[in-house]
Design a protein around this ligand. Structure first.
Ligand code: PLP
Length: 395
């Protein structure tokens, strides 16, 4: 073997680390491979099967040889179906040409970040935040400006503090409602206030509505409802992953102003070319014909939330409000910190190694006092996980 000088990585690559959620999943898989029984409350991964209509349509597309490159921005029929869906549900006037089908919602966000954030600019976002947001901002040489939301009011996302954080360097405000990890939501009034302000200032509001359908206590307030009025301001990111239990298919999308869409199309043309041909066929079927499955899944998530939250609050030192949306509980667990498990990272490690329960430390989301537990798993898994946690913390 001939070794050369140490490999040099780009400053960009050195500035970001592995996603904490993927790290937990990896460690849990390692333990499982060694025969350890693991209860996985870490991954944000629906436990349902993808809708049969989607599976069948993709299978058929494959069998019929629909296996070549597609137009870079996605299947025209899927783009048209998406534009139509947002028009029917929210009155949005986006045309098919103002959409791009991407490799997951993550792909949409990443290409969008590359398209609109420049060195030295700022992107304002609520905190706690999904792990990937600040990393993508930093990757582009911009700075994430974090605006705290508060557990006492259910991590609601308010316009005023976001607006107050805007400076002349701000390029975009990035909101995620319902929020991963907190389940916090932004109401229609706050959304309007934020978008109106952003339009006056010429900055973008990027709305990641990946968890749109998982709104348990009130109808979802979508930025799409403001797109017709503020066409140069609103960018919407969505995904088939969670809504349709299609995480592995890797189909996401964005809709927004033409110049943004064009820039994303250019970037995508040099990155992934297009999302997977037959996966897009399946996604289109899901969009058009899997509403019953979505409603069944959402009802089950709500039921699980209502089982999980009391179980969490029964653990001494855990405090949890019911999340309004998404499928994560985000209890404050700081009262259980003690030597050996003195922060969220050490506690999550302790629970994984000692109780065989995978959770994600709040620190990964900018909230050291918390743990994130996913309820995208069966009721039996939830109860067993919570029993194990309670037992491990009682020692
Ligand atoms: N946005 C948020 C807030 C998420 O939690 C996720 C996945 O965990 C995504 C976007 C991206 O999902 P995908 O790339 O699977 O579409």
């Amino acid at each position: 073997m001939i070794r050369s000088a140490p490999v040099k990585l780009s400053a960009r690559a050195s500035a970001i680390g592995e996603s904490a959620t993927l790290r937990v999943t990896r460690r849990a898989a390692e333990l499982r491979a060694k025969g350890v029984s693991i209860v996985d409350l870490g991954a944000g991964e629906p436990d349902f099967n993808s809708p049969p209509v989607a599976v069948e349509a993709a299978r058929q597309a494959l069998a019929e040889g629909f296996t070549r490159y597609t137009p870079g921005s996605g299947l025209p029929s899927l783009r048209a179906a998406l534009a139509d869906s947002y028009r029917r549900r929210y009155g949005a006037t986006w045309k098919a040409a103002e959409s791009v089908i991407t490799v997951g919602g993550k792909g949409a966000l990443f290409e969008l970040a590359l398209a609109v954030y420049d060195f030295g600019q700022e992107v304002v976002l609520p905190s706690p935040y999904w792990v990937t947001f600040p990393e993508q901002v930093r990757f582009c040489g911009a700075h994430p400006v974090l605006v705290p939301t508060c557990g006492e009011d259910g991590f609601r996302i308010h316009a005023a503090p976001l607006i107050a954080a805007v400076t002349e360097r701000t390029r975009a405000v990035l909101i995620n409602s319902p929020c991963n990890p907190t389940g916090g939501v932004m109401g229609a009034e706050d959304l309007r206030q934020l978008v109106t302000f952003a339009a006056e200032r010429g900055i973008l509001v990027i709305a990641d509505e990946t968890y749109e359908r998982f709104s348990y206590d009130a109808p979802h307030a979508s930025a799409a409802a403001l797109a017709a009025e503020f066409p140069d301001t609103v960018v919407l990111v969505g995904s088939f992953s969670k809504t349709y239990a299609m995480t592995g298919w890797r189909i996401g999308y964005l809709l927004g102003p033409s110049p943004v869409v064009k820039a994303v199309e250019n970037i995508q043309s040099h990155a992934t070319s297009n999302a997977t041909s037959f996966a897009m066929v399946g996604a289109q079927e899901a969009l058009l014909h899997a509403e019953t499955e979505v409603e069944t899944m959402v009802a089950e998530y709500k039921a699980r939330r209502d089982i999980l939250v009391p179980l969490l609050n029964a653990i001494p030192g855990f405090r949890c409000r019911p999340p309004h949306g998404a499928f994560y509980a985000f209890p404050d667990v700081s009262a259980t910190f003690r030597p050996g498990r003195a922060d969220s990272g050490a506690l999550a490690e302790y629970l994984l190694e000692e109780a065989g329960v995978a959770t994600v430390p709040g620190a990964a989301f900018g909230a050291e006092a918390h743990l994130r537990l996913s309820f995208a798993c069966s009721r039996a898994t939830l109860t067993e996980g919570l029993e194990r946690i309670a037992a491990a913390l009682a020692t």
